[in-house]
Design a protein around this ligand. Structure first.
Ligand SMILES: C[S@@+](CC[C@H](N)C(=O)[O-])C[C@H]1O[C@@H](n2cnc3c(N)ncnc32)[C@H](O)[C@@H]1O
Length: 380
């Protein structure tokens, strides 16, 4: 038994059939018999919700390229415990409209709904959602959504009651901040493993990316700086090989986890958006690495950081970035379309040919390792 909830995109015909079965049961058992608020559900509405036409319209929306409607399963211990169907209007103002959100009856009253909505909303905010809207027709649902921070927001054109939750600046900032990573630190390794195993953005080929960075550093053994070391998966291997390790990470929890694994390493809690910390003044590195962290910087921030690093890098030294990355702009567009339900629009992924253009005096090489990842190496 784990507490881990997986939010899974519904892909196959079988999964879609399962989704419709669950959704019909949800309508019959929860929604229709408990209709208490707003304009009553009529016989005509009922017929419409169960009609082939409704299903076929929805199935078309699931295929729509822009503002796709997604049906997703919530999975715990390999068992489907609920589902959601929703649309985030990325081409408009970022409204995330939740059509159905259901935790199956046997999994209710265990705090799972709150946990799942938190995970779901985090994921959608990362994709670009700016506020959430849904309809309610009974008090139980009203109370649940109130608990998640929703407020009544009038009625829609059919007389159904609307609830809305805005994302505050502070909630948005928290997601991108060290607090967000503190919260993620306990589940990080597991999340990465699942994404890698499924060859899924953002961590497809994670292990291979880390191995490639590791092999490059092995040829430049000595003093290593890891930027955004996280739980120290790669850093620890380099530490065990006898390299002298320095690291920067702004998450207190990540520093704590990694310091335990590498007591002799010099790990500094610092925001790399501010450059390099003064503790590194005068330290000369054989290699400077960063895996799955540099995408928090815009391209111009990346370039300034690289120039700062170069001052502390041996002439024979290397900078190696392993991350979600692409050869060129068209590759990133293809991946973004494929993973539109997951894509994080707040991140700035490496595009090798742009980096080469922005660093004309350096040798820039790129090794592609999956449809969405690779390793970029910079030599003086
Ligand atoms: C996705 S994790 C990658 C961890 C590890 N390098 C790996 O490959 O698994 C990103 C790490 O970068 C850190 N990070 C993100 N933005 C940062 C910033 N602005 N300053 C310092 N650390 C940052 C996070 O705290 C987190 O530990």
């Amino acid at each position: 038994m784990t507490d881990k909830i997986i939010i899974k995109k519904i892909k196959s015909e079988e999964e879609l059939a399962e989704f419709w079965k669950m959704r019909d049961q949800y309508m019959l058992q929860d929604i229709i018999p408990n209709d208490e608020l707003g304009e009553p559900i009529t016989k005509e509405d009922e017929e419409w919700f169960f009609s082939d036409e409704y299903r076929s319209d929805m199935n078309k929306l699931f295929q729509r390229k822009q503002d796709t409607v997604f049906p997703l399963f919530f999975i715990k211990d390999d068992i489907i415990i609920g589902f959601v169907s929703y649309c985030t209007y990325l081409s408009e103002d970022g409204e995330c409209f939740i059509i159905d959100f259901c935790i199956l009856p046997e999994y209710r009253n265990k705090g799972l709904g709150t946990k799942i909505f938190y995970e779901f909303s985090k994921r959608e905010i990362r994709r670009g959602a700016r506020y959430f809207v849904l309809n309610i027709s009974n008090n139980r649902n009203k109370n649940f959504w109130k608990k998640q921070g929703f407020q009544i927001d009038g009625q829609d054109e059919y007389g159904s009651i609307l609830m809305r939750k805005n994302i505050s600046e502070s909630q948005y900032a928290e997601l991108l901040s060290s607090t967000g990573f503190d919260l993620w630190s306990e589940n990080y390794d597991k999340d990465v493993e699942i994404s890698d195993k499924n060859n899924q953005y953002p961590f497809a080929s994670y292990e291979e990316v880390l191995n490639t960075v590791y092999n490059k550093v092995c040829k430049h053994k000595g003093v290593v700086l890891d930027i955004g070391f996280g739980t120290g998966v790669l850093t620890k291997r380099l530490y065990d090989d006898g390299n002298k390790i320095y690291g920067i990470d702004f998450s207190e929890k990540m520093v704590e986890i990694s310091q335990k694994k590498m007591p002799e390493a010099k790990l500094i809690q610092f925001d790399f958006k501010k450059g390099l910390p003064k503790e590194l003044d005068g330290v000369i590195f054989d290699s400077v690495i960063s895996t799955y962290a540099i995408h928090h910087l815009t391209d111009s921030q990346k370039i300034s950081l690289i120039h700062m690093i170069l001052r502390n890098l041996k002439d024979s030294g290397i900078i190696v970035f392993g991350d979600v990355s692409f050869v060129n702009k068209s590759e990133i567009l293809i991946a973004k379309e494929k993973d539109s339900d997951l894509w994080d629009d707040t991140e700035h992924y490496l595009i090798a040919d742009q980096m080469a253009k922005l660093l004309p005096d350096l040798k820039v090489n790129f090794k592609k390792l999956s449809y969405c990842s690779g390793v970029l190496t910079i030599n003086k």
